[in-house]
Design a binder for this molecule. Structure first.
Ligand code: 5AD
Ligand code: SF4
Length: 521
């Protein structure tokens, strides 16, 4: 599934972008309708918690609400409607959101007309409970019911509470045009599928996001093309398990909005490798990433496609969860340690320079010290570039909650997590150090948070690279013009020689910039 971007316990995106055009209101008069340009837009503030999928979903919600007359604002205090797009993956994530919901009472005290909605996985999992126990909540909408937001908001507008948590087998929001939120204008998420059929024993996602379904491949390509036309340089294709992407053009229900509808003989389904190739070929200037792979389903065809296209980033997020086959079996992951290591070997075979990251859960039900040592030894063998590491948190309804006691004491989970984090820090530092001296292509994303004199971007392997914000650009005549005020704009691809590394980032000097910059400097 999609990894958390900035820690699932923190809000990771808010609305902040130019509002869509003002609505044109109409009123009747002497039998005709005269357009009236009056400001009728309502203001919405939306906060996303959890994984990248939630960030992407918030953008779909933004698209739906834009049509319903809502303008984004970037402070809850200014809004008529506050939406919290929530995460249920661990108990701590839910706790954080419940605290945030309580804070909404203060906002309502200042603005009696304010409406508060809960979206996403907690909406699905807690349903009416939220409306009953948290009086401040007016609206509860699950991940497959966002299209009904306008009607639900109408109901809320009449003073009633509204809820829709119906899950769907078909909803992909395929033709909804997302409104990009909190965007750097360079990188964007595009959801390619929804839900998950895997039933990993620890995971609440299949209960909150429902059955797996794949989005129309042509609508995905169109969205990527649109991003290119708007100046974006990178896209991340999102799904809980992208390797099981499968879309059949002949399936009229799934093909709503597609250009290819039932015609003649049955075409073969588009699988994930096909989709990657379609996007890479259609958008050769766009960098392509994706998340998340599943070790049991990741095919050599996907790896070969990645190797073939230079614009598909050499980076794979391949959650292992545990290095112990016994624990993997209890987790219902569908692979063992040997299979996982064989998939790692396949990645290295197809793309020796590919970075690999992972998710690890420590202290899952019945995990022994020996199991834990196996996780450490697997991490040592693989040498991950990066890892998201978590203590196991029991989730209601899951297979593990029903079948296995949560029997690893919290202090043991904590100690094992500390050991895992310490090892990963060493491994990340080793992997990053290996870049020193290399020349890398970097897509610039923006000004570094730590220094206004520096920009940050990423290389193909997803490592953060810091470079000076202002460059001296070699001229065609061989002279070097020092242009102290010449700034490299975000969205630019540059060549960088890596000069030093920490476990979290690389530092480098600019070696090459696109011609148009060299000629204007
Ligand atoms: N407890 C701890 N971590 C979990 N994850 C999923 N469910 C749980 C849970 N119950 C982790 C997995 C997954 C990542 C997104 O979150 O490692 O890959
Ligand atoms: Fe990911 Fe497994 Fe959860 Fe599906 S069930 S979202 S594959 S962890």
């Amino acid at each position: 599934m999609t990894p958390p971007t900035a820690g699932p316990e923190r809000p990771i995106s808010t609305w902040s972008q130019t509002p869509p055009d003002t609505l044109t209101a109409r009123r009747s008069g002497s039998g005709t309708f005269a357009p009236l340009s009056i400001e009728v837009r309502k203001k919405v503030y939306i906060e996303s918690y959890g994984c990248q999928m939630n960030v992407s979903d918030s953008e779909v919600v933004a698209g739906i609400l834009a049509k319903d007359g809502y303008t984004p604002v970037d402070r809850a205090e200014e809004a008529d409607l506050v939406l919290l797009n929530t995460c249920s993956i661990r108990e701590k994530a839910e706790y954080t959101v419940l605290q945030r919901i309580n804070e909404m009472n203060n906002l309502k005290a200042l603005n009696k007309d304010l409406k508060v909605g809960v979206l996403g996985c907690m909406a699905e999992r807690m349903r009416e409970d939220l409306l009953e126990k948290k009086k401040v909540v007016d609206l509860v909408v699950g991940p497959d019911a966002y299209r009904t937001l306008p009607e639900l908001l109408d109901k809320v507008g009449t003073g009633q509470k509204a809820v829709n948590v119906l899950l769907s087998r078909e909803e992909t929001y395929g033709e909804i045009v997302p409104v990009r939120l909190d965007t750097n204008g360079v990188t964007a998420f595009v959801t390619i599928m929804r839900g998950c059929d895997n039933m990993c024993a620890f995971c609440v996602v299949p209960f909150t996001r429902g059955r797996e379904r794949s989005r129309d491949a042509y609508s995905i390509v169109d969205e990527c093309r649109d991003l290119v036309s708007k100046g974006y340089g990178e896209v991340t294709l999102l799904g809980q398990n992208v390797d099981s992407y499968k879309w059949r053009p002949h399936d009229v229900r799934a093909a709503v909005g597609s250009r290819q509808q039932a015609a003649g003989s049955e075409p073969p389904p588009v699988d994930f490798a096909d989709l990657l190739g379609m996007v890479a070929a259609a958008c050769p200037t766009l960098r392509i990433r994706y998340s998340t792979s599943h070790p049991k389903d990741m095919t050599d065809k996907v790896l070969a496609t990645m190797a073939l296209y230079p614009n598909i980033c050499k980076y794979i997020h391949l959650p292992v969860q545990s290095g112990s086959s016994a624990v993997l079996k209890r987790m219902n992951r569908g692979y063992d340690r040997a299979w996982y290591l064989q998939r790692i070997a396949a990645i290295r075979h197809f793309m020796p320079d590919c970075a690999i990251s992972t998710d690890i859960i420590t202290g899952f039900c019945g995990e022994t010290e020996e199991d834990h040592q196996q996780t450490l030894s697997l991490m040592d063998d693989v040498g991950y570039d990066m890892a998201y590491m978590f203590k196991y948190s029991e989730r209601p309804k899951t297979l593990a909650a029903r079948k296995y006691p949560d029997d690893v004491p919290d202090d043991v989970k904590g100690r094992r997590l500390t050991e895992i984090i310490a090892l990963q820090k060493r491994k990340s530092a080793e992997r990053m150090a290996a870049f020193v001296g290399q020349e890398q292509e970097v897509l610039l994303e923006g000004v570094s948070k730590r220094s206004a004199e520096h920009l940050y971007g990423r290389n193909s392997q997803n490592a953060v690279v810091i470079v000076p914000r202002f460059v001296s650009v070699p001229q065609a005549d061989g002279s070097k013009r020092t242009a102290a005020d010449h700034e490299l704009p975000p969205g630019t691809f540059i060549r960088v020689r890596i000069t030093s590394a920490t476990s979290g980032s690389l530092q480098g000097e600019v070696r090459g910039v696109p011609d148009e910059i060299a000629h204007t400097a």
